[in-house]
Design a protein around this ligand. Structure first.
Ligand code: FAD
Ligand code: NAI
Length: 497
């Protein structure tokens, strides 16, 4: 056999091995092993939340030495970086969520997962009270449980600056159902605009999509929306689609303040090409069911009509977080969020509460990147504390049983080493954002102070592969890749539930 014959054989062997390992991982992912039951003699860790920080912690912690309890109103982890794609049907919402039990069922010891909302944390008596807020209620509604350690990762809620109309009339983009609601309202606006005898003025209003906030959430949503209009709406709604306008309103002089000036300019010019209007230095002051009231750079008030309003104006602390701060008034004084030390221990409750992710006020930006690194760090800390417990017990036994001086000294050295817990260290991997028309921007740090700023189609390929590799499971990676393939073959679905 010649060179090409050998190449063909190698190709078959590699493909077969690839298919066999994929099949094995699919099988393994559906067949969780037996777990040890919870053990009352072990310490209890209660984790509040099932987002980035919590899931990353659950991945890295060794549960053999702890009883872990997870409490979250959502029984899944949501991969937020791809959430804007759900608003226009590029991805199906289910493709970017991972049921929390898909993570916990693979741990050595059973992890309890409760779909419930924490309502009260008592840092003095070390208890959490939570209740089931779902539609179906049983006899057990409100429960209080004790903890040895509490991991507080409940994230934030949307900042509305007390503007009443926002909650009433705008859509947010934080949870899965927010994205699904945006998609349904968008198609509703288009269908209503296309209705027989709809007056021109009303068509203009209904087809004006307004986004408030020029941070990455607002930018990525506007980008996805424009893609949807250009690739799909134009084909199926030719009578109205070209009247659809997208306007992004930002109070500051610049959009995307966390990116370099070059990438800001690149985004602005891409938006201009895609006919997305950016109104910087415009502050939204009020919202009613058909208009937003903005203060223009010259200080005048202007009413802007809208059909769909997406509010992406940043985050604020949840009421539960404020309640926890109020319980520790001496140590918690930062209105932005919970104050922690460099080991992610909550100030005022250092021995029992750790707080991670967006709920905290640290020098790190409130990103998935920081939250997941903190979760993985804390998992390692718990593993180290468990080793410390074992060594301390061993030391006590050695002393009690009259072990030799050198043997005791040896164990003492191991105890000292295990007791040294390193502080959390953040490693910035860069910032990425999708800006539409198969273009993305990336600020990637290199050695020292340098960074690469890149934008364009190649960056878009990088953006897609980076996020697919970051998805936590083979199941999610397969579903997302299939959704992208479906959309490239058949386009996005324009039907409405
Ligand atoms: P979250 O992930 O928000 O998790 C909070 C958890 O707490 C949730 O499971 C929630 O259900 C639960 N919870 C809420 N209330 C309670 C309660 N009372 N009791 C118990 N549990 C509760 N960051 C990036 O780095 N890169 C990106 O590309 C990126 N894209 C984003 C796109 C969008 C649309 C959004 C909204 C955010 C994006 N982010 C991105 C930011 C990132 O999602 C957050 O920084 C990250 O989710 C913070 O993680 P967390 O664990 O602190 O909170
Ligand atoms: P943000 O806080 O970054 O941006 C909100 C924007 O809204 C601000 O620029 C603010 O000036 C503006 N704003 C606030 N009130 C306003 C008003 N009344 N009128 C007009 N404009 C107003 O919020 P965002 O985009 O939701 O991001 C939150 C966090 O999540 C950030 O840390 C961000 O880095 C992270 N994130 C990262 C992404 C990425 O890396 N691709 C994607 C999405 C979020």
């Amino acid at each position: 056999r010649g060179f090409f014959g050998k190449l063909k054989t190698t190709f078959y062997v590699v493909s077969l091995a690839g298919v066999a390992s994929y099949a094995y991982f699919v099988w393994a992912g559906r067949n969780p092993p037996q777990q040890e039951p919870q053990d009352p003699s072990k310490k209890t860790i209660v984790v509040l939340g099932s987002g980035w920080a919590a899931t990353s912690l659950l991945k890295s912690i060794d549960t053999s030495e702890y009883n872990v309890v997870v409490i979250s109103p959502h029984n899944y982890f949501l991969f937020t970086p791809l959430l804007p794609s759900v608003t226009v049907g590029t991805l199906d919402g289910r493709s970017i969520v991972q049921p929390t039990r898909h993570t916990t069922r693979f741990k050595a010891r059973e992890v309890k997962v409760y779909e419930a909302e924490a309502e009260y944390v008592d840092p003095v008596n070390k208890t959490v009270t939570f209740s089931d807020k779902s539609e179906i209620q049983g006899a057990s509604r409100k429960v209080t449980i004790p903890y040895d350690y509490l991991v507080y990762t409940v994230g934030t809620e949307n900042q509305t600056f007390g503007i009443e109309g926002v909650k009433k009339h705008a859509c947010f983009l934080k949870e899965l159902n927010d994205a699904e609601k945006i998609r349904a309202r968008l198609i509703d606006c288009v269908e209503t605009a296309a209705l027989k005898d709809q007056p021109e003025e009303e068509i203009d209003r209904l087809l004006h999509m307004v986004v408030v906030g020029g941070g990455p959430t607002g930018i990525e949503y506007a980008a996805e929306l424009r893609d949807f209009v250009e690739s799909d709406l134009i084909r199926w709604y030719p009578e109205v689609a070209d009247k659809l306008r997208v306007t992004l309103i930002e109070a500051l002089p610049n959009i995307l303040p966390m990116f370099s000036q070059t990438l800001i300019k690149y985004t602005e010019s891409t938006f201009k090409e895609n006919s997305i209007d950016i109104l910087t230095k415009h502050m939204v002051k009020d919202v009613d069911d058909t208009h937003v009231l903005v203060k223009t750079p010259s200080g005048e008030d202007k009413k802007i009509p809208y059909g769909l309003l997406v509010w992406a104006a940043g985050n604020t602390a949840r009421p539960l977080t404020r309640q926890l701060m109020a319980a520790l008034p001496e140590a918690q004084k930062n209105r932005r969020g919970l104050e922690v030390d460099d080991h992610m221990r909550l100030k005022g409750a250092e021995n029992s509460i750790f707080a991670l992710g967006d709920a905290t006020a640290t020098q790190f930006a409130p990103t998935a990147q920081a939250a997941s690194q903190q979760g993985a760090y804390l998992g390692r800390v718990f593993n180290q504390l468990a080793r410390l417990d074992v060594l301390e017990t061993k030391l006590e036994a050695a002393k009690r049983d009259g072990a030799s001086e050198s043997e005791i000294r040896g164990i003492e050295r191991q105890v000292e080493k295990a007791a040294k817990v390193r502080p959390f260290k953040y490693s910035h991997q860069g910032s990425l954002a999708y800006i539409g028309s198969e273009k993305a921007i990336a600020d990637i740090p290199l050695l020292g102070e340098n960074s690469i700023a890149s934008g364009g189609v190649v960056t878009f390929m990088f953006w897609r592969s980076a996020y697919v590799s970051m998805l936590f499971s083979l199941r999610n990676r397969s579903l997302v890749a299939t959704d992208w393939l479906k959309v490239s073959l058949f386009g996005r679905d324009v039907s409405r539930e």
